[in-house]
Design a protein around this ligand. Structure first.
Ligand code: ACO
Length: 323
């Protein structure tokens, strides 16, 4: 069960209106109508994935009353690590001084935190860990193409952290579900610059190492997959939509969120939305939303929360937790 949460975002707020100033043919109205996004946070000099992850983690640890020495495991969901080697989790471990922890990343893009939570649950069930730090963190501003209006307006930077401990009878995870479909990978991917086609000057010049997305196809798949994940989450927990107190979906686009809520028969007043202020922060979006929901008093002891995610891969999944 989740015993502490925290989040951190870079200082700089980048509003929709500012895209025009950097030569992007778009408008605040277009971005708000199609996505619900008004602004996002963008990392500046000195801000790294490790620095915002550590800030979010220290907040979550303080809430949970856990010290760095007590962490058995650190799992980071990210697709924008500071370095390709070693893992973001290893760098976070060093930053926190969590010397006992086993640290590794989960590569599931926007589903990274949700996958990480399910890995944590399995590790606990196997008796491998008692106290796990699960982080979703992204600096997407560093891997999007700032000349491509189809993508650069959508994403933001941030980190969300959760401390996970063994469930008690009354509280904890009620159901989990994970799926992937790698056959659709090239609808949302970074085409070049990896081991198959290592970085060259030409790749740099054409920007094919940056995020490339077929937005309309991703949209359709996201709606379909998140609907599937909602059904599985309810079935697995043997609950109906009425039992869900709060739905926290991945924050990619308010239209995808509304379609997911409609499919789940959950009214929008029971859905947490902050995509307007953060944009799509990929793996960080759900833990940031959860931390804000707790701070706003929308999640208390006994609250039943359903989480639903979808991301590049494709990856998708869901989880129901009683807090
Ligand atoms: N400003 C103005 N016009 C734009 C912009 C922009 N920023 N971006 C695209 N357009 C134009 C397109 O060029 C197109 O013009 P055309 O008709 O002349 O070719 C027109 O707007 C419509 O484009 P569509 O792609 O059809 O617009 P759509 O309504 O599908 O909205 C959007 C685009 C917002 C990207 C939508 O498809 C979407 O949200 N897709 C899902 C994206 C997403 O959430 N990805 C991440 C999910 S998974 C994860 O989080 C990793």
């Amino acid at each position: 069960m989740i015993t502490g949460t925290g989040h951190a975002v870079p200082k700089r707020v980048f509003r929709n209106e500012e895209f025009v100033g950097i030569g992007i043919d778009t408008s605040d109205e277009w971005i708000r109508d199609r996505t619900g996004i008004r602004q996002r946070h963008i990392a500046g000099e000195g801000e790294t994935l490790t620095s915002i992850s550590a800030e979010a983690s220290l907040k979550a640890m303080a809430v949970a009353g856990v010290t760095a020495a007590e962490l058995d495991m650190i799992i980071v969901g990210t697709c924008s690590p500071d370095r390709l080697l070693p893992s973001a989790a290893a760098e976070l471990q060093a930053a926190l001084g969590a010397t006992r922890a086993v640290a590794f990343d989960v590569g599931a893009a926007c589903s990274g935190w949700l996958y990480g939570m399910q890995v944590a649950e399995g590790m606990m069930a196997a008796g491998n860990a008692e106290t796990i730090l699960v982080v979703g963190a992204e600096l997407l501003s560093r891997i999007v193409n700032w000349k491509d209006r189809n993508t650069c307006v959508l994403f933001g930077d941030g980190a969300g952290a959760t401390i996970v401990k063994r469930s008690t009878k009354q509280r904890g995870i009620l159901s989990t579900y994970m799926r992937s479909d790698g056959a659709l990978a090239n609808l949302l991917y970074r085409p070049k610059g990896g081991a198959a086609e290592p970085m060259t000057q030409q790749i740099l010049d054409e920007g094919s190492h940056l995020v490339s997305m077929q937005g309309r196809d991703v949209f359709k798949n996201a709606v379909r997959s998140m609907a599937d994940a909602v059904d599985r989450a309810l079935d697995g927990a043997k609950l109906s939509a009425n039992d869900i107190d709060l739905l926290i979906p991945h924050q990619a686009n308010v239209r995808i969120i509304e379609a997911t809520a409609k499919h789940a028969s959950v009214s929008m007043d029971k859905v947490f939305v902050n995509v307007d202020r953060f944009g799509n922060t990929s793996a960080a979006s759900i833990p940031i939303a959860l931390d804000e929901a707790i701070a706003q008093g929308r999640v208390k002891e006994g609250t039943i929360v359903m989480f639903v995610a979808f991301g590049a891969g494709f990856t998708w999944g869901s989880m129901v937790e009683r807090f």
